[in-house]
Write a protein that binds this ligand. Structure first.
Ligand code: ADP
Length: 474
């Protein structure tokens, strides 16, 4: 089976969020399931440092709207794991990834370039796996401009929605980039919408957890595309993301201070906590629980809830906090303020830092994810692997992955709540702090259960492979 996997970001070459992780993990896992897969992604400035390892495999001139431009295809082959970078200096080699005025052109170019790549490859691609709005135009362009060519006649498409909030919505002018007569396929509320074009035309659609699959069919979580998705609900499935246990494994992880397993868990976590707090000059009680958050500071993540409980917890318990992330200025300002006010209780690192993220997962006792919505979420799965107890809102993939603690049966792998209410959230945090402090045996059982959960890549890859088979077969 020959598959092209198109993603606007791929770890470790480019990353703003979980999409990059999945775009790295999934093709790698599918290779093991004997899928011949090529990952294709833009050549951003962050790729330049890999340039010596790349092989130029072709070039094409792309015509879109009234413009045309050249792209170069560079292959990186790492033990059979094939990544192809699409180079166009003008459109991609910039200081950051998204948020430019010409993003419509940048990702229309990417969409065309992915389709043109098929012409260059010496295998017959059977399926293009698309990810998010940046690849949304592909099925439409395929139908309108490529079907008459032999190599394209039988190609199928799968669109994976990693986050419905981001849709690639542009003014009417963008419609000329499709090089066709005006068509309502890509119009949504009087704007061009790349994700909607993908939803309309992809052979099948999926999203990254079963629960989020159901949620996006409702007005509350549908971000105005629930109607379009309901029209395709028979072709819409949910496959839970997984995480790479070669990367996230406390017994082998080279980024953390001290490795640990279930056998030296208590000591291992304590050492990681001690060294993290020392490195960040936080002089505090090492026996107190460490509560953390790692992620984008965006309203999606329910940061308001964290803001509204943090000071209360600092004042009324011995718990400490470590926050890692950047995003909206108002949240950054808040965390900077609270760090300055309580320098020996709070750590805050503003920015993106892969190695610090691992250190925090390993050092923490409690991990917060009170998201307003969460397609799947990786943070809660990673934290469980590091024996850090997640406290999550019961939405999207958080609901699919965290089993709420039941004090009567002593079951569960974390804590969860539904109401977007800071009293409810605060109660859950105190419940966790109290258990950590006063019921160490139960706590130790809880973290061991969390650690043993299996969110490995194999089951995810198997499900994608069977979906690929279904699409190609049908
Ligand atoms: P989203 O894709 O919505 O941003 P996910 O939970 O699916 O959220 O994935 C986020 C991933 O990015 C996790 O692997 C998390 O550890 C990582 N991450 C997020 N912010 C940072 C940061 N500031 N530094 C390092 N890693 C981060």
């Amino acid at each position: 089976m020959n598959v092209l996997f198109a993603s606007s970001e791929v770890f470790p070459f480019s990353k703003t969020g979980g999409l990059a992780d999945i775009a790295a993990f999934l093709p790698k896992a599918l290779m093991k399931e004997e899928v011949n897969i090529y990952t294709v992604t833009p050549y951003y400035s962050s790729i330049i440092k890999y340039h010596d390892k790349l092989e130029l495999i072709g070039e094409k001139t792309i015509y879109f709207g009234l413009a045309n431009t050249k792209v170069y295809y560079y292959l990186l082959n790492q033990n059979g794991n094939k990544t192809i970078f699409i180079q166009n200096q003008h459109y991609y080699e910039r200081d950051y990834f998204y948020g430019f005025e010409d993003d419509d052109k940048r990702y229309m170019l990417f969409s065309y370039a992915v389709l043109e790549l098929i012409d260059i490859l010496d295998v017959n691609i059977q399926l293009i796996h698309l990810n998010d709005w940046q690849t949304g135009p592909i099925p439409y362009l395929l139908d309108e401009h490529y079907r008459y060519r032999d190599k394209y006649k039988h190609i199928h498409t799968l669109l994976t929605i990693h986050n419905l909030e981001y849709q690639g919505s542009f003014t009417y002018d963008t419609s000329r980039l499709f090089n066709t007569e005006f068509n309502y396929t890509y119009i949504h509320f009087n704007r061009v919408n790349y994700l909607k074009a993908g939803i309309e035309r992809a052979s099948k659609i999926n999203t990254v957890s079963p629960n989020y699959r159901n949620e996006i069919l409702t007005e509350e979580f549908g971000f105005t595309l629930d109607g379009a998705l309901n029209n395709r609900s028979d072709d819409l499935t949910g496959i839970l993301n997984g995480i790479d246990y070669d990367i996230f494994n406390p017994s082998k992880d080279k980024l953390i201070y001290k490795n640990y397993t279930t056998r030296n868990l208590k000591l291992g976590k304590k050492k990681n906590k001690e060294l993290l707090l020392k490195e960040y000059n936080i002089k505090t009680n090492l026996d107190a629980p460490l509560i953390s958050y790692i992620g984008r500071l965006a309203s999606q993540k329910g940061i308001e809830l964290i803001e509204s409980v943090m000071e209360d917890i600092i004042q009324n318990s011995n718990a400490n906090f470590f926050i890692l992330g950047s995003g909206d200025e108002k949240y950054q300002n808040f965390f900077n303020y609270i760090k300055d006010k309580y320098p020996n209780r709070v750590g805050y690192y503003q920015g993106y830092n892969e190695s610090l993220a691992h250190k925090i997962y390993a050092a923490s006792d409690i991990f917060l994810m009170p998201s307003n919505f969460e397609p799947c979420g990786l943070g809660q799965m990673i934290s469980m692997r590091y024996a850090t107890v997640p406290i999550v809102r019961e939405v999207g993939g958080l609901k699919d992955t965290v089993k709420p603690y039941n004090k009567y049966t002593n079951e569960g792998t974390g804590f969860s709540f539904y109401d977007k209410d800071h009293y409810v959230f605060k109660d859950k945090i105190y419940e966790a702090i109290n258990m950590y402090t006063y019921e160490p045996v139960k706590w130790s059982q809880l973290i061991r259960r969390a650690m043993k959960e299996d969110f490995g890549l194999k089951q995810m890859a198997k499900k994608y492979k069977s979906l690929y088979n279904e699409i190609i077969g049908g």
